[in-house]
Write a protein that binds this ligand. Sequence first.
Ligand SMILES: Cc1cc2nc3c(=O)[nH]c(=O)nc-3n(C[C@H](O)[C@H](O)[C@H](O)COP(=O)(O)OP(=O)(O)OC[C@H]3O[C@@H](n4cnc5c(N)ncnc54)[C@H](O)[C@@H]3O)c2cc1C
Length: 451
Amino acid sequence: MSHLVVIGAGIVGLNCALSAQRRGWRVTLIDRDFEGDRASHGNAGGLAVSECVPLSLAGLGLRPLRWLVDPLGPLAIRPAHAPRLLPWYRALRKISQKGNFARIGDALAALNQHALDPFMAMLAELGLSGDLHRNGALSVYETDGAFLRDQPSWQFRRERGVRWREVGREELHALEPGLAPVFARAIMIEDWAHIDDPRRIVDRLRHYLAGHGARLVTGEATALVMAEDGGAGARLADGTVVRGDRVLVAAGAWAARLARTVGDVALLESERGYNTTLPHSAHRLSREVLFAEAMFVATPLSVGLRIGGAAEFAGLQAPANYRRSDALLALSRRYITSLDERDNHKWMGHRPATPDSLPVIGRSPHSPRVLYAFGHGHLGLTQSAITGELIGDLLDDRPTAIDLSPYGIDRFRRGGAHQAARPVPAPANHGRTRDAAIRQQEPAARTGSTP
Ligand SMILES: Cc1cc2nc3c(=O)[nH]c(=O)nc-3n(C[C@H](O)[C@H](O)[C@H](O)COP(=O)(O)OP(=O)(O)OC[C@H]3O[C@@H](n4cnc5c(N)ncnc54)[C@H](O)[C@@H]3O)c2cc1C
């Protein structure tokens, strides 16, 4: 029986392990702390299958500068981290160049279109089908101006198969009576879904895997190991080597340093997000709501109403600044009526973010024994099960359901993410093309108002 070693027991690593186990692989999971906190525990719980608009800062005018000097704005960079962020930031700036943007949107849409079915199959296998709520999400706007400014990005999504429709004030009130009557316009995103509790799925999945024979090894992986006899695995901080036939790096925001130990380079940052969960307010909403101008989301989980978002670049070590959770909660008081804030719980998590918004899924160019599944950014829960399927196909040496070339780790070597470091001439009719219009529109949707 072939043996897969998986580093990282977040939602991505666990789904890959499940897929491998289903295909007859023996699985060993390594994590530094199986019970400990991680992005996969505290996220917003959205199956955000409509989100194919890449993260970008283009077209925001001076707003990012204002945010950067506001430590509680939707986007923040801690000054001490700024020099380390530079290569990632340079690559991010190239994403909105003509051609890149649409290509990345296509690659995100390809994953998302395949995301829901395997996710539902995973829930069914765990006996958690009832945890999924397929009643869409609402993106709400206070002003006509903001709504109109966002139209090109909605069009961008529609061109990639996303179903959405406009909702009037009366219907909005009927759908979500807990929202304050301050919204001029809304969009219903039909295929969006949400789950009851991200942590419950992670815990159930881990127990399920262990119950079906997976070995759980607690330890910090410090390097990937390639054995001369054809095996592969990981070296742990205490010197132990965990060996299998293949090794998969699914270590979330920590993955790049492991890839580097076999010579692979990935631009990966922790895009820290914050939220507050209000256990006594879960029923104020019945579906996830995206507050477009204020750039945060609220999801009615079984564990409470979870309110959060934001993007903070401060690296993996800096302590959390929970005033950001407070700031988002304060904003939400204007928009959601009668919030009961007793026993609330604040949280921060590390989104594993690449500059081109695409995950890294595939084999190492250095060795087919090393596989990668990390960098899912805002969409790790959404894309976890399809990532597992794709990794399973690679393990079986079968053709994958979608072309994996956009997600390869070698894209960072080829001149940054999606030719990010290669100069691309500015479009001749800058500011008038549809692409330019999209660039004007999309960032607000991907700096904070998505999960
Ligand atoms: C505020 C917020 C809201 C979000 N909302 C959503 C949402 O609604 N929908 C959605 O799809 N996504 C959402 N996300 C994104 C999603 O949570 C992440 O993309 C996803 O959880 C990443 O999963 P992962 O398994 O790759 O990483 P993680 O969950 O971070 O797991 C990585 C694991 O690897 C382990 N590890 C790391 N390095 C090592 C090492 N060297 N040795 C041993 N173990 C190691 C860690 O201990 C950890 O358990 C949100 C994120 C945040 C922060």
